[in-house]
Design a protein around this ligand. Structure first.
Ligand code: NAD
Length: 370
């Protein structure tokens, strides 16, 4: 990073990507003005937009831009109806997303799930289970465990049986680095970390629990508890307000983060961060909405830009340590919600005082609320 200039690659992608990115970048400009911060934003094509512009889902120039940047702000990629003849490995979901994940060593996925009280109607749980609103951060390990462990194969046993093998494997250092991400994230929040494992059955779970417990004294201000994953899945539905940060290995995090996401009512509200290595004060990060390209509503001013805008808050907080600016973005989103503005995905005719708005109006209201 050159002094106080934050270099950001903005890759809007396909479908609703460009619409929600446009609103997010106007929020970023407003944050820059308000806090005298310099954001050097360069936009580049990715996904089908990359294929159209340069013949590749992740054009070389886009990848090069990402390498020169301090963080990537991503929209989403993939259009199911476009050219089905293109091989899987060249399709945007693989060729762009997986490539970026690998290239930048993104090992930690952070998914905050926040259900403001005003959106209680969008949550599938009864109001009495929602307390004063749900606010959970799922920290998921992204590069190890059952998804990548070797051996990984399907074999013919020759007796009419086929055997499939996946291997769950974690090393001490892999657990240590994700645990530290979890503890640090808890320090920025309500200082409680629930570590999820299956230590009663899995060797991996025993090691996970040992290592997380050993790291805990480095973060004396964070309260650590351990929970078996099956109980965690149940507690998310029974009493989600007990959780602050959930620390999970890859598979458990994949499942629990989607379960937690369902509590927020709409994909359009959920940002996500994938973090790589930390260098000095900065952590390389990849920030994107949890949802996809939503082709059903693309180009109609219907998409909820909040997930993309909250991705900016995550970037400010987790890559650049700009917590006050991040708080301001979170608060501005909260204000727009409190004012009753609702895109279609969070609108209900039964909600008194709610007003249905489009992507642009929601974005403009959030900028105004800053
Ligand atoms: P999707 O997330 O795009 O859409 C699912 C539903 O959620 C749709 O009804 C959509 O309208 C709604 N939705 C999503 N985001 C919204 C928003 N911001 N505001 C309002 N409503 C929103 O999932 P899908 O339809 O299964 O996938 C469409 C394409 O997106 C596919 O090609 C898929 O591969 C791709 N995808 C990409 C990513 C990514 O780039 N990270 C993630 C998921 C899906």
């Amino acid at each position: 990073m050159s002094s106080n200039t934050y270099r950001i690659a903005a890759l809007a992608g396909d479908g609703i990507g460009p619409e929600v990115m446009r609103e997010a970048l106007s929020v970023l400009r407003a944050v820059g003005d308000q806090f005298s911060l310099k954001f050097d934003v360069t936009e580049a094509p990715v996904g089908w937009a990359g294929i159209d512009a340069a013949g590749k889902a992740l054009p070389d120039a886009t990848l090069e831009l990402c390498r020169r940047s301090d963080s990537i702000l991503f929209g989403s990629v993939g259009l199911p109806d476009r050219d089905p003849t293109i091989p899987k490995e060249q399709r945007p979901e693989r060729a762009a997303l997986l490539r970026i994940r690998k290239e930048f060593g993104l090992f930690a996925n952070l998914r905050p799930v926040r259900l403001p009280k005003a959106l209680a109607h969008a949550c599938p749980l009864r109001p009495e289970r929602q307390g004063d609103g749900i606010d959970i951060l799922v920290v998921r390990e992204l590069t190890g465990g059952l998804y990548f462990g070797e051996p990984k194969k399907t074999e013919d046993l020759g007796n009419g049986q086929t055997r499939a093998i996946d291997t769950m494997v974690y090393t001490t250092s892999e657990i240590e680095r994700i645990a530290r991400v979890g503890f640090k994230a808890a320090q920025l929040r309500r200082k409680k970390l629930t570590s999820i494992d299956k230590a009663n059955v899995l060797e991996n779970g025993v090691l996970w629990r040992e290592v997380v417990t050993r790291i805990a004294p480095e973060f004396p201000d964070v309260a650590l508890e351990h929970m078996f994953v099956d109980n965690g899945a149940m507690q998310l539905l029974l009493r989600p307000t007990q959780f602050d940060v959930l620390l999970c290995e890859n598979l458990f995090g994949d499942i629990l983060s989607d379960e937690a996401a369902a509590l927020a009512g709409s994909l359009g509200m959920l940002p996500s961060a994938s973090l790589g290595a930390t260098n000095g004060q900065q952590t390389f990060g990849f920030y994107e909405p949890a949802g996809g390209t939503a082709p059903d509503i693309a180009g109609k001013d219907l998409a909820n830009p909040i997930a993309q805008i909250l991705s900016i808050a995550l970037m400010l907080r987790y890559s650049f340590g700009l917590n006050v600016a991040a708080d301001a973005v979170d608060a501005a989103v909260g204000k727009a919600i409190d004012q009753g503005l609702r895109t279609g995905d969070i609108f209900s005719t039964s909600e008194a005082g709610a007003r249905r708005v489009g992507t642009r109006e929601m974005g403009a209201a959030i900028v105004a609320a800053l």
